[in-house]
Ligand binder design. Structure first.
Ligand code: CAA
Length: 290
């Protein structure tokens, strides 16, 4: 039974994962490399829980109890206590491997390691750990407290026991698990990211403005957000990483990242988190930039 978890990375995904785990009654260690990152992550968790309280989705007492279950940590001593560690660092294979490789010897022998990678091979990440049978992908969607799905990805060596423990945990979080095979970007991002990339090509080729493309898909296809707004929300660096994994992993030119996406990332225009992407977020209402 999973009772204590570690979440590595207090960013967009990590703080959302810590949020839902703590509400489900688990003790959570939230790990990052700087106090500043931890403080930012905890602030977001508190704001999002407050929002749930304000909408009547969460009791105030339950919020305080959940916040009390989250311990921010900067060192690795927590690893010896936990049943599960979820890596939610930057979507970069080398960074993920550097985080995952040293975990094993510090964990209990039965502890499970999960990665929240949105596209990278689970089998390749498992291979740098000491326990590929107790390793798998647990891919949450953003915003984690709201989105119902968790993709569960087996690496080639993942044991049936590991898979069923994580499937059970997913249900305990109130999420719906969906199994996906270990192919580049799995299911959701294999379908979603090429759509977003195509929206960026549509902008790049001058077929439509940011506003026209987004309202086209919002009103014409009933998407809750237009694809460019969604790209800004996910982070343009993350979108580019996923397209690169698809392009290289499937060796098909249909996944070629749009040059405009590359240029935005090179400029440091990464979307909502940097204040500028396809929209400018420094104005009261986000303003389209093209
Ligand atoms: N934490 C807690 N609650 C939140 C929240 C958060 N971070 N963000 C929104 N909410 C809640 C709101 O409080 C509100 O609650 P009620 O229904 O009780 O009123 C509800 O969610 C809807 O929010 P809003 O009214 O503020 O705004 P909205 O109706 O525009 O919905 C949205 C916001 C849920 C984000 C919606 O726009 C949406 O579903 N967008 C698409 C999201 C999406 O596609 N996510 C997947 C991205 S891909 C991914 O994550 C995979 C990857 O690896 C890249």
């Amino acid at each position: 039974m999973i009772k204590k978890v570690g979440v590595i990375g207090a960013g967009q995904m990590g703080n959302g994962i810590a949020h839902v785990m703590a509400i489900a009654g688990l003790d959570v260690f939230l790990k990052d490399i700087s106090q500043d990152q931890l403080d930012k992550g905890l602030k977001v968790i508190e704001e999002n829980m407050q929002r749930q309280v304000a909408r009547g989705k969460l009791d105030e007492g339950d919020m305080l109890a959940a916040l009390g279950r989250i311990s921010p940590v900067l060192d690795d001593t927590y690893l010896s206590e936990i049943d599960l560690v979820i890596e939610a660092a930057t979507e970069n294979e080398e960074i993920k491997k550097a985080i995952l490789a040293p975990l094993g010897p510090q964990l209990k022998p039965e502890a499970i390691i999960a990665t929240n990678t949105s596209s990278i091979s689970v089998t390749r990440l498992a291979a740098v750990t000491d326990r590929p049978a107790q390793f798998m992908g647990m891919h949450f969607m953003n915003p984690v407290p709201v989105m119902k799905l968790v993709e569960l990805i087996r690496g080639i060596a993942t044991s049936e026991e590991t898979f069923s423990i994580i499937r059970e945990l997913t249900a305990k979080l109130g999420k719906t698990p969906t199994p996906a095979e270990d192919f580049p970007a799995f299911i959701v991002n294999r379908i979603l990211l090429p759509m977003i990339n195509e929206a960026i090509y549509t902008l790049y080729e001058g077929v439509g403005s940011v506003q026209a493309i987004d309202s086209g898909m919002r009103l014409g296809a009933n998407h809750p957000m237009g694809p460019l707004q969604l790209a800004d929300f996910i982070g343009l660096d993350v979108c580019l990483s996923i397209m690169q994994v698809l392009y290289e992993g499937l060796a098909d030119t249909k996944y070629r990242p749009c040059p405009l996406l590359v240029k935005y990332v090179e400029a440091g225009w990464l979307g909502q988190k940097t204040g500028r992407g396809f929209y400018d977020y420094t104005t009261d209402v986000p303003t389209p930039t093209r």
